[in-house]
Design a protein around this ligand. Structure first.
Ligand code: GCV
Length: 611
């Protein structure tokens, strides 16, 4: 069944033969999208993902590498089906080599932080999937230029299976389904895997351990010769890593890189490292500083086929965080940016939260320099519509558009294209939907944790308000609210976090006058009666935002219900919009009451705040 933005695409050419190449698929896709056109596709293998296109009337000449032809075909199809004028000449190349979706799917079929049903790939400890749906996912990815899918969770729950032992033929069959779409698979591996396989150690400097990994890589690549590589979460939230053996992360990553090098594979090494057993009484440790402190001293020590994958913010995919300083501080190491499409802290695919504008903000501070990869934690699952909330599909779509061309990425244009392809709306309907989608992030932000404060969620589930849910816990996630003030001073005079930034950003964030309002409580401890740039006090701003956010969630619910979405999306969107409005109301009252009780300040506009 055709859902989301592929709804407007022609039926997928039914060619599942293993020899179907991306360039042959490109031709078949173009022929069915533009019947009667005169198509000339010229394969120029050296061009890789790049493509060039010329058109005179209905005569089209498309030149590109094997995958370039496919991306060129999809770019033309998207433009044509979305009603954009096809230019006479266009050429395009992706900004990053690896454009990845990272699935946190477990072999038992569950998904860590999954909000769209169970895994599309696993059930009961083994691969279990519907090939037609897998091809649909592959086509979605290829249609926006994404080219790698990491199939299993970075928290590898069954170390013995981390290298897919006993499952390699199935991994290979899955790779066959993705290959015509130019998508290569990657797997997450457990750093301590040798331990569970009879080697007495996982020390990266041990010759026996190195040999074990080399042989493991040989086994895997014999089955999946184009595997993109390994994704690794090490020394992070209880996952094993090189620190157990007194080794650095460079030594750990380089060992795996050595095993993958003969096969052309890449080690994508995550930098999500912090003390997850902090004592809340300890004010000398500031969690956002941890990744920079761990990796900055290792800059330049990583093998060529290692990419360090860094979350966009220094905490953990909160509603608003500044760019991680690690992304700006590793000039001699290839880096990958990691974002989270799965809406763990951003409404769990119940609340509408369109990330199109977030991508733009992230890129504003990110120098093109040594970024080689973009990765997004998957929001896909086995729900009929793949995304839980039908409108959450836009996040994968715009992420793909961003990774291909960050310089030319325009949130409004990308969302417009998605709306047209998904629902065929035009005029007032298109404008209304686009308007709400583009505002949805700001609305969510207003009714949840204020001004970059983060973490006011229910522990573990991460949905719904709980201002002190993480206050006296181990995770380094404190707001330190008292009767006068809230927040942590992260300036040079405080924890020193701002000192990790290059001078321009450091100055912007150090000074409460130039620090953007949305990040004020990320960087500063502020008194409730501190006056903001627009003349309001901090406490009044918190109240105003929460009243406004909840009201706007209601207005958005009514507006979405009035739009002519087709079934079954119509029912699902309405049901989720109701739940969102209820969630927003709960957030509004819990947060306002929390701060009212602490500060004793009344709302200047006399609205109801519960005792
Ligand atoms: C995969 C957060 C999430 C975890 C996740 C972790 C990570 O802590 O809550 O579920 O684990 O991030 O990114 O590794």
């Amino acid at each position: 069944m055709h859902l989301n933005w592929l709804r407007s695409f022609p039926a997928l050419p039914d060619r599942q033969d293993p020899d179907l190449t991306p360039s042959a698929l490109a031709r078949a896709e173009l022929e069915s999208a533009f019947p009667g056109w005169d198509l000339t596709l010229t394969l120029s293998p050296g061009m890789g993902d790049t493509w060039v296109y010329d058109r005179i009337g209905r005569s089209v000449i498309l030149t590109g590498g094997e995958t370039g032809l496919l991306y060129g075909a999809y770019a033309l199809i998207r433009a044509g089906l979305a009603g954009r004028a096809l230019p006479e000449h266009l050429e395009s190349a992706p900004a990053y080599g690896l454009r990845m979706i990272d699935c946190w799917d477990n072999l038992d079929g569950s998904i860590e932080r999954g909000y769209a049903g169970r895994s599309l790939f696993f059930e009961g400890g083994r691969f279990a999937y519907d090939p037609a749906r897998v091809r649909h996912v592959a086509r979605m990815m290829a249609s926006v230029g994404l080219n790698v899918l990491c199939v299993n969770n970075v928290n590898v729950r069954q170390p013995a299976q981390s290298l897919m032992d006993g499952l390699l033929p199935d991994l290979s069959a899955l790779a066959d389904l993705f290959r015509p779409f130019g998508v290569r698979l990657m797997i997450s591996v457990d750093f301590s895997a040798p331990l569970g396989c009879g080697v007495g150690s996982a020390d990266p400097l041990s010759p026996e351990v190195r040999q074990w990994w080399a042989e493991a890589a040989d086994r895997i690549y014999a089955e999946v010769p184009d595997l993109a590589g390994f994704l690794v979460k090490a020394d992070s939230e209880g996952q094993p890593g090189p620190h157990t053996y007194g080794r650095t992360h460079a030594e750990g990553a380089n060992m795996l890189a050595e095993a993958l090098r003969p096969h052309g594979g890449t080690v994508v090494w995550r930098c999500f490292v912090y003390n997850c057993k902090q004592d809340w009484r300890d004010k000398g440790t500031d969690r956002p500083m941890a990744a920079y402190d761990t990796y900055k001293p290792l800059d330049g020590q990583f093998a060529e086929n290692v990419i360090l994958q860094v979350k966009n913010g220094p905490f953990d995919f909160q509603v608003r965080e500044p760019l991680s300083p690690l992304l700006l501080g590793m000039s001699r190491t290839p880096l990958g940016l990691e974002v989270q499409l799965a809406q763990e802290y951003t409404g769990q695919q119940i609340d509408l939260y369109t990330m199109a504008t977030l991508w733009k903000e992230i890129m504003a501070d990110l120098p093109a320099g040594n970024i080689r990869a973009m990765a997004a934690v998957s929001n896909l699952g086995r729900d009929e519509n793949y995304f839980g909330h039908p409108l959450a599909a836009v996040n994968l779509f715009t992420f793909g558009r961003l990774c291909w061309d960050p310089a030319g990425y325009d949130p409004e244009a990308a969302v417009t294209e998605w709306i047209r392809l998904s629902y065929g709306f035009t005029g007032a309907e298109e404008n209304a939907l686009r308007g709400w989608m583009l505002r949805s992030r700001e609305i969510y932000e207003k009714y949840t944790a204020p001004l970059g404060l983060c973490w006011m969620v229910n522990p573990h589930t991460h949905y719904g308000p709980n201002p002190w849910g993480y206050e006296f816990d181990l995770w380094g996630t404190y707001n330190r609210a008292d009767r006068q003030a809230v927040g942590i001073d992260r300036t040079g005079a405080g924890t020193g976090y701002t000192l990790q930034y290059p001078p321009a950003l450091r100055e912007r964030y150090e000074n409460p006058q130039t620090c953007p309002d949305g990040l004020k409580l990320f960087f500063h401890r502020m008194a409730y009666d501190a006056v903001m740039a627009d003349g309001r006090t901090l406490i009044q701003r918190i109240y105003d935002d929460h009243f406004e956010g909840a009201r706007e969630a209601e207005a958005m619910r009514d507006a979405l219900k009035a739009l002519p979405f087709p079934a079954p999306d119509r029912q699902v969107i309405a049901e989720r919009a109701d739940r969102q409005a209820e969630n927003a109301r709960e957030w509004r009252d819990v947060v306002n009451t929390f701060f009212r009780r602490l500060s004793g300040a009344d709302d200047a506009r006399g609205r109801r705040i519960y005792d």
